[in-house]
Design a protein around this ligand. Structure first.
Ligand code: GAR
Length: 210
């Protein structure tokens, strides 16, 4: 199984989807660490219940962002993780620190990147009057939400949609998308070779995996 570490700041429903897929025998991964910048994160409770080692680091205990990120990533490396999955990790990561994980870290983001990097994606989608919304999984680079997108899931936006309804419908898609991408990496179909490669071909437009 592929050894994965997961970082999450909140509720952890995407982590739960990964654990459920593993438990169902559909995802050949071993969870070696779940880490968070918030000791109260639901994701940490889920991990404890699943018997996964956890790590909570408080950013306020470090002199600056770089010091925090260095410690966090040293602990991830020490876990033996082969892949790092950011599943609702709400911090910007130091570019130099993340560079050491090029091609070995992915992030799920609730928008059709390159539209709406950053926060409040559902609101921004509604305000723009978009007919479609979605979620993206991308390889992590120094640029916030800016690395190469490998897969997306889409939902239509209805006239009665609100931020809450969009977030809820999209989350259901995220719960299929993220395990699908991790599964593609675990099976070797999706690889990093200086660029994302799927079934031997460079990924030139986002895949639909779920
Ligand atoms: C998810 O919607 C994820 O896409 C988003 O946070 C939520 C976490 O939910 N991530 C970001 O906004 C990253 N910038 P969860 O804790 O229930 O998985």
């Amino acid at each position: 199984p592929l050894r994965i570490a997961v970082l999450a700041s909140g509720r952890g429903s995407n982590l739960a989807a990964l654990i459920a897929a593993r438990d169902a025998g559909k995802l050949p991964v071993e969870f070696v660490l779940v880490g968070s910048d918030k000791a109260s994160a639901g994701a940490l409770r889920l991990a404890e219940e699943a018997g996964i080692p956890t790590l909570a680091l408080n950013p306020k205990s470090y002199p600056d962002r770089t010091a925090f990120d260095r410690e966090l990533f040293a602990r991830i490396a020490a876990s033996g993780a082969e892949l790092l999955v950011l599943a609702g990790f709400m911090r910007v990561i130091d570019g130099a620190v993340v560079a050491g994980w090029e091609g070995r870290a992915i992030n799920i983001h609730p928008s059709l990147l390159p539209r709406y990097p950053g926060l409040h994606t559902h609101r921004r989608c509604l305000e723009a009057g978009d007919a479609e919304h979605g979620a993206s999984v991308h390889y992590v680079t120094a640029e916030l939400d800016g690395g190469p997108v490998v897969a997306q899931a889409r939902i239509p936006v209805g006239a009665n949609d609100t931020e809450t309804s969009l977030a809820e419908r999209l989350l259901a898609e995220e719960h299929k998308l993220l395990p699908a991408v991790v599964g593609a990496i675990a099976s070797g179909r999706l690889r990093w070779n200086g660029e994302a490669v799927f079934d031997g071909r460079p990924v030139t437009k986002p895949l639909t995996l779920a």
